[in-house]
Each structure stands twice: as C-alpha cells, then as structure tokens.
Ligand binder design. Structure first.
Ligand code: ATP
Ligand code: MG
Length: 346
C-alpha cells in the first residue's frame, strides 16, 4: 500500500504473527509485495497478480486512487481498469465487500456513550456506478456514467449477506435483521431489481428483513445506529454508508474489510491511504489488524482472530488509543499494547 499503508501493514503483521504464535500456528510464510505508487500505472504488478492467484489470500494496505480529470484508465491482463483496487476486485471476482463496524469502549466519553453499535455492511463489489464502463462524453460539457445492476450479481450478494446474517443469528441466539439499502424511488428499474433479489434471498433464509432508502438510512444510522444489524447494499451506496458507519463508531481506523470471491479473498482496511497523516506514525492500525483477523478467520484460524479482536478491545478499554479516537498513542504504541494483551491472554 501507499500513504499510511506501510505503517499499518507492519503493525497488522506484527499482531498477526503474535496471535498465530500464541494460538500455536507455526510455519506461517508471508510473501511480501511492495506498493508501487502509480509508477507503473497500476500499483500492482504481474508478479503480484500471480502470487495472489496462487496463494488465494492477500492482506493489502490502501492504494490511493488519484481523482481523475478525464479518461484516466490503466491496463492489466489486457483489460482496462480505473485503479489497482478495481483491477484486483474484477480479476479475482471479489464480489462481496464485508465491513463490520462496531463501537469500542474507551475510558473517555465516546459518541454513543453506552450504546453498543455493531453493524455488518455487505457491499456488492463488482458493478453499479463502479462497474468500470467507460464514462461517456455526450457533448463537450456533459459526461455520463453508467450504473449497472444485474440480477445475478444482486442475487449473489443478497444470498451472501443472508448467509452471514444467519451465522450472526446462530452465534448470538437472537434474530438478525437484514436491511436492504436502495434508492428505488428514483432508480426504479436498477435498484428495483436489486430489491427484488434481496427480498427473495431474505425470504428464502427466513430472516427478518426491511428496506431503507439510502438517504433516510444515513440519518437513521447517525441518530439510532443500534436499530440496524446487517446492511446489504449495491456498490455505490455501500461505499458511502460504510464510511458513514466509520464515523458513527468514531473513526475510519476501526473498520476492517474483506473482499471475498468464490476462490480468492483480499483483506484491507476500509479506509483509504490517509495521505494527510502518512509517515507521521499516528495512523490507527486497528482497521488493518481487524482485517488481518478477518483473514485468519477466513483460513480457519478462528482462535488467533478472536485473540486479535479481544486484544484490540482491551487495549482501547485501557485508554491506549490513537489520536483519531482522542488518545495520544502512536501507531507503534498501540501495536505494542495489542501484542502485550495477546501475550497476556495465554
Ligand atoms: P484515498 O484517496 O486513498 O481514499 P483519502 O484522502 O480519501 O485517501 P482516507 O484514507 O479515506 O483519505 O481518509 C479520510 C480521512 O480519515 C483522513 O483525514 C484520514 O487522515 C482519516 N483516516 C483514515 N484512516 C485513518 C486511520 N487509520 N487512522 C487515523 N485516521 C484515519
Ligand atoms: Mg478515500
């Protein structure tokens, strides 16, 4: 990654090594890939693509996406993409973007006091406004973008979200609620199609289900985040709503994220490269650590994943927190505290 990527990846890797070692997992081999900025136009090389192809899981730092003026596309494997992130998602069919957003107790007052926020955002990752279709200049002063919603991709993400909701329901012994996020009053056909599939999936799974317009949902999430549980959204709404959820729980630095496909999975912080604080040693590495925990759970190392999640909560509860959360800990201080918690837990 670039920006804060190298700092938070180093932190996450130290924590993952500690947790795997405590959980008795030996012989972990990391294949390191450097972030390339945009020197080669993509930020991801053919060697990176091959290694990910073979290994199947990737812990990735954020790669910044320069805001385009017009026509900025890059090539990989003979296809055009708008960014390395989009290339990885498309080339490896990473159709589900899973972003848990939960609040943590700190020794000082937090946004929601005692209210525990615990959301699971499941964002469709391959189409919608980010489908990669070239933006078209209708005339020299008018540019038109494509919002593509397909039945297949909608059904696939809705079924995936419902499977996660059923899992949560079983773990908690309390009914899950699936909220489908849409704007079908305006995007009648496209978001209408998404809703049709969401409804079908929720009904087949026997889950509690509701639909929310993305605009009013944003207000609802700020006013009453505890009213929501699992949110399933088309790509664009899911993107915006997950950053909103980061704000609701106090920082984008608390959101891990998984990009999952049928055969490959990529784990990365839900935030961007935070160029404004890069290199300062103050970035909150929790998002990257939580992403590493999701990776470990994905490959069947649930005890190590649990250890990381518990240790992060414990370090924060003791007041070891980075600046974004109102604390004074550096990235390294917080990492040391999390590792100490992991080692104490044995
Ligand atoms: P990009 O173009 O890579 O998305 P960005 O400018 O949008 O970069 P983000 O990473 O999305 O930046 O961050 C938005 C804001 O949130 C920035 O002010 C950033 O400093 C802050 N932020 C993001 N991640 C973290 C983190 N891990 N720790 C602390 N602050 C963060
Ligand atoms: Mg950003």
């Amino acid at each position: 990654g670039d920006g804060v990527g190298p700092e938070i990846i180093t932190a996450a890797r130290r924590v993952a090594d500690a947790a795997l070692s405590v959980a008795g997992v030996r012989g972990i081999r990391w294949i390191e890939m450097a972030g390339y900025g945009y020197d080669n136009g993509l930020g991801v090389t053919e060697a990176h693509l091959e290694a990910f192809g073979e290994v199947g899981v990737l812990l990735k730092g954020p790669l910044s996406i320069p805001a385009g003026t017009s026509g900025s596309v890059i090539e990989a494997r003979g296809q055009a993409f708008t960014s390395a992130n989009q290339a990885l998602r498309q080339l490896f069919g990473l159709y589900a973007n899973v972003r848990p957003a939960r609040s943590y107790a700190l020794p000082w007052p937090t946004r929601f006091g005692d209210v525990a926020v615990d959301l699971l955002i499941v964002r469709e990752n391959t189409e919608d406004l980010y489908c990669g279709a070239p933006e078209v200049w209708v005339d020299k002063d008018t540019c038109q973008a494509t919002k593509r919603i397909s039945r297949g991709a909608s059904a696939r993400i809705a079924e995936y979200a419902c499977a996660l909701a059923l899992q949560r329901q079983a773990e908690r012994g309390a009914p899950s609620l699936v909220t489908a996020v849409h704007k079908a009053n305006v995007c009648k056909q496209s978001d209408g199609l998404f809703l049709e599939e969401a409804r079908k999936a929720a009904s087949a799974a026997g889950l509690r289900y509701e639909e929310a317009l993305v605009d009013s949902l944003c207000a609802g999430l700020v006013l009453q985040p505890q009213a929501y549980d699992v949110l399933v959204a088309p790509n664009c709404w899911g993107d915006i709503v997950s950053d909103l959820a980061g704000g609701v729980v106090g920082s984008l630095g608390l959101l891990g994220s998984a990009n999952v496909g049928a055969s490959h999975a990529l784990f990365e912080a839900a935030h961007g490269s935070a160029p404004d604080i890069a290199g300062c040693g103050v970035a909150n590495p929790a998002s990257m650590m939580l992403s590493a925990a999701m990776l470990m759970r994905h490959v069947g190392e649930a005890p190590a994943a649990d250890a990381v999640e518990t240790a992060i909560a414990a370090a924060l509860a003791e007041g070891c927190a980075t600046v974004d959360l109102g604390g004074a800990a550096s990235t390294g201080d917080f990492t040391d505290a999390v590792i100490a918690e992991i080692e104490q837990s044995t």
